[in-house]
Design a protein around this ligand. Structure first.
Ligand code: MV4
Length: 507
């Protein structure tokens, strides 16, 4: 097993990974930018290395600098978290070349999946259903002929794509040339690669992904699905498992396809197969994410598997401790992403300082937060404040528990949160019926109209308690001194009741 792991990330996921390391008795090294000198992940790590100014290009994306920090601190592995360097094949290869372990798949597997057309080809060869499409030629005339063959509407996609960039819906043959030109421009700008391909447009799909895991001994399993259809502009908002759309038979077939995909590319460690599922419940491979995902806790909740510990164990060469038949889904889990954004104002980031956060606590409630009282949400990074995860016996039970938890999550400060918006979505008849597709949030403009930000009576009680703490003068951490230096023993970092705003957030 590893002795010391460098965590090449920030925020809640860095804290999540630190926890797993601490439980396993593995020493930790954090990295941080100027913006994060006083962040929770820095305070909790055994050591921390400053890697540059706030912009990611100058800090969290500096692979060479981070690798150097790992070497200097005698780390034997690097966990990349999600985002930043997590799907950078060259970084994974560089870590391995330096004699350290990258906690994730090999660079080669990332490259196959990173190029969307090679992923489609690999999946087709493995017998995984892909969306009908065309990727043989870049010539406009060939693409037009192919689009006629596929049938309109078609979707133009970027070969190097992801996140919807370089994507164009084309309803009619006359629009294709123009769409090709603008998709190429956008793809070149975003990815430095203007290659495009065509797919048939799947209308009103569900977005359902499968968690997969493979070890270095030829074993591969799936850990069931996550329903991620509630999203806005390719930003997921609510995820749940099991998916209300799948029955045991379809779940079994999709899970088998996901495992076949993993085997076909010699994949190791944690990964996610994204599928679109249409109204007829036909499923199509969309893309593979070669990393741990933001929404991994709902899978942990229903399977009882700690995915981060498993990533570490598998990377260290241990075999998977279970087979497919050992795994099952128990209960129903939902995650809400708590963002500092203003739903009533076009979902603009509403950043600022979090004075005090009072997290909901109770059976089946988990908060993964990287931000605590006194921390600033800045424009440099994702404005996610925390992930709220609940586990209920049934879907209805989980929804009720989530609504309870959202009512009892108090975040005081300069930030506006999407909590009122989340409550509206969770109470909406279409969500309650399990009918939400990827266009659900955008199709309901009234959800985005002004929503009351006023807290309910239970919140008010928390707010008064928090203000009482502020009046005692204990809530604002010093801007210099122990906490500013990231001292983990600073009383400002204690969670034993010295601070009302529990700094530890966890499971
Ligand atoms: C699609 C699609 C419909 N048909 N492909 C969006 C991001 C990119 N990774 C793939 N995306 C889509 N591809 C076909 N052939 C609809 C989407 C899509 C979507 C997919 C998953 C989750 C949310 C989405 C929101 C809008 C569009």
């Amino acid at each position: 097993m590893f002795q010391k792991i460098l965590i090449a990330n920030r925020g809640e996921i860095a804290v999540r990974i630190l926890r797993a390391c601490q439980e396993m008795g593995i020493a930790t090294v954090a990295v941080y930018s100027d913006a994060d000198a006083r962040a929770l992940h820095v305070a909790l790590a055994d050591a921390a290395v400053h890697i540059g100014p706030p912009p990611p290009r100058e800090s969290y994306l500096r692979g060479e600098r981070i690798l150097q920090a790992a070497r200097e601190h005698g780390c034997d592995a690097i966990h990349p978290g999600y985002g930043f360097l997590s799907e950078n094949a060259d970084f994974a290869d560089a870590v391995a070349a330096a004699g350290l372990t990258f906690i994730g798949p090999r660079g080669a597997a990332m490259r196959v999946m990173g190029v969307k057309t090679s992923a489609r080809a690999a999946m087709q060869a493995a017998g995984v259903p892909i969306v009908p499409g065309y990727q043989a030629s870049q010539a406009d005339d060939d693409l037009l002929a192919a689009a006629q063959e596929i049938g309109f509407p078609v979707l133009v996609k970027a070969t190097a794509g992801g996140g919807g960039k370089g994507m164009r819906i084309v309803q009619h043959p006359d629009e294709l040339r123009h769409a090709l030109a603008s998709a190429r421009r956008e793809a070149l700008n975003a990815f430095g690669d203007e290659h495009i391909y065509l797919e048939k447009l799947i209308e009103h799909p569900h977005h359902i992904e499968f968690q997969v895991f493979a070890d270095h001994h030829g074993h591969a399993v799936h850990l069931f699905e996550r329903e991620c259809s509630v999203q806005r502009r390719h930003q997921k908002i609510i995820e749940e498992t099991p998916s209300p759309l799948l029955d045991a038979e379809l779940r079994g077939r999709m899970g088998e396809a996901a495992v076949a995909a993993v085997r076909a590319v010699g994949y190791t460690n944690a990964g996610t197969l994204e599928f679109l599922v249409d109204a007829q419940r036909a499923y199509y491979f969309l893309e593979m994410n070669t990393r741990l995902q933001v929404e991994h806790p709902i899978t942990e909740a229903v399977t009882g598997v700690d995915l981060v510990k498993l990533q570490i164990r598998v990377a260290a060469g241990e075999p998977l401790p279970f087979t497919q038949t050992d795994l099952s889904q128990r209960g129903h889990a939902i995650e809400c992403r708590i963002y500092a954004e203003d739903a009533a104002n076009g979902f603009l980031p509403a950043i600022g300082k979090v004075l005090t956060a009072v997290e909901p606590v109770g059976p089946g409630v988990r908060v993964d937060a990287g931000v605590t009282g006194g921390d600033e949400i800045t424009l440099h990074y994702d404005p996610m404040i925390a992930k709220l995860i609940v586990l209920g016996e049934t879907r209805r039970d989980a929804i009720d528990k989530m609504l309870w938890a959202l009512r009892h999550y108090v975040i005081l400060g300069d930030v506006i949160t999407n909590i009122p918006f989340l409550r509206k979505v969770l109470s909406h008849p279409r969500f309650l019926a399990g009918d939400a597709t990827t266009d659900f949030v955008d199709s309901l403009p009234h959800l985005q109209s002004p929503i009351s930000q006023s807290p309910n009576p239970p919140d008010l009680a928390f707010a008064i308690a928090a203000i009482a703490e502020l009046l005692q003068g204990s809530a604002a951490p010093p801007t210099t001194g122990a906490a500013a230096d990231g001292d983990p023993f600073s009383p400002w970092r204690q969670s034993d009741g010295f601070r009302l705003g529990n700094a530890t957030g966890g499971a």
